[in-house]
Design a binder for this molecule. Structure first.
Ligand code: PHE
Length: 463
């Protein structure tokens, strides 16, 4: 059955959908997480595995997720329930929607804290706080910020309010207006910064770090991290793309829009890497800094470079913009559900979702100070004791990106590939070319789920 629209509204054009979905995909994942994880995992080989995951797993699952959303036209929880009913399947598939909402809350809780760091850096950079500081000075400033729970709390609260304000206004006057204004700004800023890095940094060193593979560094966990990063950066497996698909016109091509979003997201991650590593190397710094990478190394570089004050400010502004258009999509599935099932109006629903995520964010805030001692347990595998665990922030990040999102994606691939009738799938996807449909369907049924399973097994050393 084809529903023409969602009760929450509809994007005013296909282009707006592409902007919104790209806004969701392009975020801290591209500019903060991708460079630091690639940096910690040796660069080139990690990047190649990540690109393979994007193409073989990410793109086909994004198409499936959009198709589900557009067919159900409701929050992911209700979409999964409705479609299961229509297809005569077990109610338990509704679990996919719940898993997504849970993942959304956990991601948003720490996402907003990191976005808060970025907000604070916009003001610091603009105020010239980094000018004249040496390496130790910048590092000291970062450490002072993250170990100060009160300051983190203030920025985290501010960022969450920014999100609630957008989501409360609904699809047309909230989400759509925000992305129409913010996305062009984001692209402009990014191009400006890459140009700056090409003219000022050690560009070729950055290129070779990102693209020259060293396979000796690759372990099961590296592959899992690369796959997790692919899901995270494309906003897949938790319903964000599904709900954005539910606001898309029935006439738009799912293949073309997905291909555009995936290409744009990948381009931004690679460009961010190309903007960041040349600057890191030019300052003689190491790429394996961890979550502080862009907050420590970039200000050091900007402190010394001509125009650093302006470009540094613009860089952190870019980061805030990218984070903002992503976090609104993290809220949307839960907000839509509260409006559908609990009868809340949107402003109330947005306040509730923002409030819960805000509260959970306290865990991340304390992870850098009071609770900075890792918690977990030791496991002895093959005579070697391994510690499993970390700070609350590390666990939230690992659990969502590397387990919950790939699991959500796997279930979506199985649902669309194996449980829905081929007729409904073909009808919704509406691909003109048979060959393309066959190729996509094959990858979704076999390559993507088997790939995800193999990565899971490899990570726990079972293969
Ligand atoms: N894709 C976003 C990023 O790269 C994060 C995100 C994950 C957003 C999941 C929505 C859903 O920053």
């Amino acid at each position: 059955m084809r529903r023409e629209s969602s009760i929450h509204g509809q994007w005013s054009s296909k282009l707006v959908f592409v902007l919104a979905a790209t806004g969701s995909a392009v975020g801290l994942g591209n500019i903060w997480r991708f460079p630091y994880i690639a940096g910690e995992n040796g660069g080139g080989a990690f990047v190649l595995i990540y690109l393979a995951c994007i193409l073989l797993i990410g793109l086909p699952i994004m198409m499936a997720e959009i198709a589900l959303g557009r067919r159900g036209r409701q929050s992911p929880i209700n979409t999964m329930a409705t479609l299961s009913r229509e297809e005569g399947l077990h109610r338990a598939w509704g679990f996919v929607g719940w898993l997504g909402v849970a993942a959304g809350f956990i991601i948003l809780s720490y996402y907003s804290v990191i976005a808060g760091w970025s907000l604070s850096y916009v003001f610091r950079a603009a105020g010239g706080a980094f000018t004249g500081l040496d390496a130790d000075g910048v590092r000291g400033m970062f450490n002072a910020l993250v170990s100060d729970p009160e300051r983190l709390l203030a920025w985290h609260t501010l960022f969450m309010i920014m999100n609630v304000l957008v989501v409360a206004r609904g699809v047309r006057s909230g989400l759509e207006k925000a992305v129409k204004f913010l996305m062009p700004a984001l692209f402009g800023l990014l191009l400006l910064l890459v140009g700056y890095s090409m003219s000022q940094g050690h560009f070729m060193e950055g290129v070779s770090f990102l693209f020259k593979p060293d396979w000796s560094e690759v372990s099961g966990d590296t592959i899992l991290l690369a796959m997790g990063q692919a899901f995270f950066t494309l906003s897949l497996g938790m319903g964000a793309i599904m709900i954005y698909g539910s606001y898309l016109s029935s006439k738009a091509s799912i293949l073309k829009t997905s291909a555009t979003v995936v290409s744009a997201d990948t381009a931004v991650a690679l460009l961010a890497g190309l903007a960041i590593f040349p600057i890191v190397f030019a300052s003689g710094l190491a790429p394996g800094e961890g979550p502080g990478l862009i907050f420590i190394t970039l200000p050091m570089a900007f402190a010394e470079m001509p125009g650093g004050l302006i470009f540094g400010t613009l860089f952190f502004l870019l980061l805030v913009t990218a984070a903002w258009t992503s976090s609104i999509s993290l809220m949307e599935p839960a907000v839509a559900w509260l409006a559908e099932n609990r009868g809340f109006d949107r402003p109330m629903a947005a306040v509730i979702v923002g409030g819960i995520a805000w509260f959970l964010g306290l865990g991340t805030i304390l992870s850098f100070s009071l609770w900075s001692n890792p918690i977990g347990f030791s496991l002895t595998i093959g005579g070697e004791a391994t510690f499993i665990g970390g700070t609350l922030f590390e666990m939230a990040d690992y659990l969502t990106s590397n387990i919950m999102l790939p699991l959500g994606g796997l279930l979506i691939a199985l649902f669309v590939g194996w449980r829905m009738t081929q007729r409904s799938v073909e009808d919704e996807l509406d691909l003109r070319s048979r060959v393309l449909f066959r190729a996509w369907y094959y990858v979704l049924r076999f390559a993507a789920p088997i790939g995800i399973l193999l990565v899971f097994l490899k990570a726990v050393n079972l293969i």
